[in-house]
Design a protein around this ligand. Structure first.
Ligand code: HEM
Length: 486
């Protein structure tokens, strides 16, 4: 149900944003109707001869795929941000897709409505005593609140899709609760304590997305240039979700996911860490504490130490490239229902098919349009690393795949580059500028109160919320930046 087959009776409304709709950033470009070798073949986990599919990055732990610029926690922050921005109600492969008729039920703004839901008056069960104030957790405070079947009761059910994103959601709930308890002992004039907390939390979150997360993904230079002179703004009354972003460029995150993670220290001091695979090999394997499948209470063995995910000594995310970790090519049955044909278990094939259905342009067409050097046929289609070497396709490439290959060819897999970086940077900046409640509109000179030296990062959020002592990273000294001085 993650991202499809999903309908809610109530439409979340932001304070200032009506529910958005999907739309296009480049409506005048011709769509790519088909490509060689097609979504099924390019995204298949295994070829007919038993060899790995063209995008299969393998299922074992591979240190050669460590991205030195982006730690593992940012993968799940990326997924969390995605859910804050998008909620696609179309069911892939089953419906005729009409972009203009596809409602995006999630307001396209960085406003944490995935955490706050529709607010205490409409969804009181998210809040302690059903009132504006702290959000509810599980009884022991170490998990999300859940119903008797183990499903999380939260603003966006997708934030329970794996137990890392559910724990990140929990971290944001605790962040809100801590701010509510500590930052506003006196009710500020003209606002309730709850409203003041929400604005404080939202602006700190927005600040870190725009000043830490986005520069990590696209480079500090492109972020600054896009903010200084935004090349794309929503001319419509309301912001909408550009399909070039949600169906292609921003799905880059699927390639950052690793087949498994170290979660925290192991039982023996100095011994190996606690580890878990993302999903089991068998899609409908019975519940286990050895994998990170979601939609169930998080077992104690799977609780994370955020120092393994954020900060200088955290494990790395996987390179952004055209290799997708094995578990994502055979999605478990709690994400893709059991009776789906096998090919639909491949997230790569799903993304590629969705791109065709949504009539996206090819990567080459978009690069040419933006004046970005177009990658050659060999750059676009030849696997030089990974298990499936050699030419894996030809001609015009689907946008999602092209963005991944650009990251690999132009930025050594450290970050997005070219078309992918442009779409992501333009979308974030345009959404922030269209949101009348964002700090960029209300108070462009906003300096975070939390953090240090006027900066607020994910490590600061963890330290403040949980009392940890994680060190920070200096973005400008990280490998792969696009700043001239780096
Ligand atoms: C364990 C990790 C993840 C899993 C299992 C997962 C799974 C999925 C699935 C099944 C879909 C729907 C595919 C379709 O049929 O169209 C989807 C959509 C999507 N995913 Fe992920 N995803 C993961 C992580 C991420 C990350 C890290 C990002 C970005 C940083 C991301 C961005 C997106 C976007 C933008 C969509 C489209 C959203 C929408 O329109 O509703 N995902 N994902």
């Amino acid at each position: 149900m993650h991202g499809f087959n999903y309908r809610e009776p109530e439409i979340p409304r932001g304070r200032f944003n009506d529910p958005g709709r999907f739309g296009r950033m480049f409506p005048w470009l011709r769509s790519l109707k088909s490509f060689d070798p097609g979504p099924d073949k390019l995204g298949e986990p295994t070829r007919a001869d038993g060899s790995p599919g063209p995008m299969n990055g393998g299922s074992g732990f591979d240190p050669t795929q460590d991205n030195p610029r982006i730690k593992a926690g940012y993968t799940f922050l990326g997924q969390f941000v995605d859910h804050d921005l998008t909620l696609d109600t179309t069911s892939i492969l089953e419906r005729q897709v009409d972009v203009d008729g596809t409602t995006n039920f999630r307001t396209p703004a960085l406003e944490l409505d995935s955490v706050y839901g529709l607010g205490p008056s409409v969804q009181p069960y998210l809040y302690v005593d059903g009132k504006p104030g702290p959000l509810l957790l599980s009884e022991d405070g170490e998990d999300l609140q859940r119903n008797r079947q183990g499903r999380a009761i939260i603003g966006d059910p997708r934030n329970d899709e794996n137990s890392l994103i559910s724990q990140l959601h929990l971290l944001f709930i605790k962040f809100h609760n801590k701010v509510y308890e500590t930052e506003f002992p006196d009710v500020p004039a003209g606002k309730s304590r709850f409203e003041a907390t929400q604005t404080f939390v939202r602006w700190h979150y927005q600040w870190l997305v725009m000043n830490e997360f986005l520069p990590r993904l696209v480079g500090t230079n492109l972020t600054a240039a896009t903010l200084a002179a935004p090349p794309f703004l929503f001319e419509s009354e309301h912001a909408y979700m550009p399909v070039e972003f949600s169906v292609a460029a921003y799905r880059f995150g699927h390639s950052q996911v690793r087949p498994g993670y170290a979660l925290g220290a192991g039982a023996a001091p100095g011994g190996p860490p606690r580890v878990a695979v993302l999903f089991p090999n068998i899609p409908d394997a019975p519940d286990s504490v050895g994998d990170l499948r979601g939609f169930r209470p998080v077992p104690a063995q799977l609780r994370v130490n955020w120092g393994f995910f954020f900060g200088p000594s955290a494990q790395a995310s996987k390179f952004i490239d055209t290799r997708i970790s094995g578990p994502l090519l055979t999605l478990p049955t709690n994400i893709v229902p059991k009776d789906d044909p096998l090919r639909q278990r491949s997230l790569a094939s799903r993304n590629l098919q969705r791109g065709i259905d949504m009539r996206l342009p090819s990567g080459q067409a978009l690069a040419a349009h933006l004046g970005i050097p177009v990658m050659s046929e060999a750059e676009t289609w030849t696997n030089t690393v990974g298990p499936a070497l050699g030419q894996v396709g030809s001609g015009q490439a689907p946008l999602w795949y092209y963005c991944l290959r650009e990251a690999e060819v132009r930025a050594a897999g450290n970050r997005l580059a070219g078309v992918g970086a442009e779409i992501v940077a333009r979308t974030f900046v345009a959404l922030m500028l269209k949101d009348k409640a964002s700090y960029l509109v209300q108070e462009p000179g906003f300096v975070p109160k939390l953090g240090s030296g006027g900066r607020f990062t994910m490590t600061d959020l963890v330290n403040y919320t949980l009392g940890s002592g994680l060190a920070s990273e200096n973005l400008l000294t990280l490998p792969g930046d696009d700043a001239p001085s780096a």
